[in-house]
Structures are given as C-alpha cells and as structure tokens.
Design a protein. Structure first.
Length: 135
C-alpha cells in the first residue's frame, strides 16, 4: 500500500470517528419538545422517567402552590396534563401563560424540574391587568 493511500485512509478514519462521536453525543443529549395532545398520543414512546420537554398554557384555576412545589395543568386546547413543578417558578409564571417545562412522566402526571416562560421574539411587557388582551 502506498504512503498516500495510508494517509487518506487514516484521515477518513479520523473523520468517521469524529462524526460518530458527535452524532452519538447529540442523540444522548436531545430532549423532545411536545404539546400536551402530542404527549398524550405518544405516551408509549416516553415511559416513566424518560425526559422530554412539554409546552403548553397554564390552565386557569388549576395552580396550587405548596412549600417546595407547584401543581397545575397545562393545555394546548386538545388535551390537559397535570403537572407538578419541583423547583422555582419562572418570574412571570401565572395562569394562562405559555410555559416550556422539562421533566418526565410519573404515572399520568408530568413531573417537571424546570420551567421557562415561552414567548416569541416580539415579546412585549403586558399592560397592567393581564398578560393577554381580552377577546
């Protein structure tokens, strides 16, 4: 085998190893993002303890605060999911506010350990009296 061919095979091998490690690392760190109706439909794909992200709107009248957790429901209009947030609430947490939660199923309840308020790039501070215009 010529020296040039040996160098090309070595470079190709290094590239293959780097790509394999990159894709393996990315696959292990991916967290899925689902809306409540998708999460209910795909429940079998996410057994208890398997982490994913859940995005929805906090259902009015369901927020119950305890010492170290907050219970509430999130919805996308198609399904409601009970949530227990074990950890701090985001600073703008309120009823009827969109959230992005990270956690896992525990029975029929989503156990979240982190939450973020969702908004688009055109976020505006709400007027006094509510986050959304009445309509």
């Amino acid at each position: 085998m010529s020296h040039r061919r040996f160098v090309y095979l070595g470079i190709g091998g290094v590239i293959a190893i780097v790509l394999a490690l990159t894709f393996t690392g990315l696959n292990d760190s991916l967290t899925y993002y689902l809306y409540p109706s998708e999460a209910v439909d795909q429940r079998a794909d996410f057994p208890d303890g398997e982490r994913f992200r859940l995005a929805g709107i906090v259902v009015a009248g369901t927020v119950v605060e305890a010492d170290e957790s907050t219970s509430f429901e999130v919805t996308d209009g198609g399904a409601d999911i009970p949530v227990v947030l074990n950890g701090p609430q985001p600073s703008l947490f309120a009823e009827e506010v969109p959230l992005l939660l990270e956690g896992a199923w525990s029975g029929h309840t989503f156990q979240a350990d982190s939450a973020l308020i969702r908004h688009d790039e055109n976020y505006e501070v709400p007027e006094e009296g509510g986050a959304y215009p009445e309509g």
